[in-house]
Design a protein around this ligand. Sequence first.
Ligand SMILES: Nc1ncnc2c1ncn2[C@@H]1O[C@H](COP(=O)(O)OP(=O)(O)OP(=O)(O)O)[C@@H](O)[C@H]1O
Length: 292
Amino acid sequence: MTVLARARDLSRRFHGATALDGVSLDIRAGEVLGLLGPNGAGKSTLINVMTGLLRPGSGSVELCGGDPRSEATRRVIGVTPQETGLPETWRVAELVDFVSAHFPDPVDRTELLDRFDLVSLADRQAGGLSGGQQRRVAVALAFVGRPRLVFLDEPTTGLDVDARRALWEGIRSFHAEGGAVLLTSHYIEEVEALADRVVVMDRGRIIADGGIAEIRGRVRLKRVTLTDPVLPELIGVTSIERDADRAHLLTNDAGALVRELVTAGASFTDIEIESASLEDAFLAITGHRRAT
Ligand SMILES: Nc1ncnc2c1ncn2[C@@H]1O[C@H](COP(=O)(O)OP(=O)(O)OP(=O)(O)O)[C@@H](O)[C@H]1O
């Protein structure tokens, strides 16, 4: 499959702190790649280096065979950085027209606004929009130039459920037409809903890369949920979380755990065993508590 973006052995330090430490990554045509990692893992730095906004300390990046810093190469990608500042007095329609003027074959304005559920905001000034509405406009602008590959850094942070769903639909229809996307997210269910492939970063390195089922399978965790439990000391339990009267135990061997509970005479009223979620797998791989 065609490789649209190729990063090789990227490293980048900021004042002595390592943000990227030997990262190599290919993004292929037509795939949606979810980039996960805890705060400070290096996700934004990777996007900024891959899109030519930041120079790597060492290593190389090729976008569609070209240099990400060249204008011609940049026309084939779309980017929504984590922080976006829209000019406050400009109306949404004017912003779309302005960005469109930089591309040879832009998406029709009405079609774009419709795709991202922004038609009703077309005549509103950007400065008067809510944070979530501004975010949706900023994401939509990444798609104006009919890019082959779009980089979205936390596209749905701060959006309510409906706005997030509208944005997901916009990303899905781009994907259905063959577009490729790299997106970072703190919402694991977002990556689960949109991505074909998941890359997990931690401390500037890629520590897992695969399909969602594969990443889940890499840690053969089961989630065992018990109601009203009085638990003995347990062996082989990766973590225990409690919410109200339920306890969620993560383990590599649910059978052994159940036998241990029964042998120890532990009391509980209900038991449920399910496969680990992507979030469980992510936490197990990084060793961090939450993807915040
Ligand atoms: N411009 C900068 N100046 C100094 N340090 C920086 C700069 N940009 C990033 N860093 C540092 O590099 C590391 C990686 O940061 P980065 O923003 O890439 O992580 P991230 O995975 O995107 O985190 P988050 O999920 O919080 O957005 C962090 O330690 C961060 O403090």
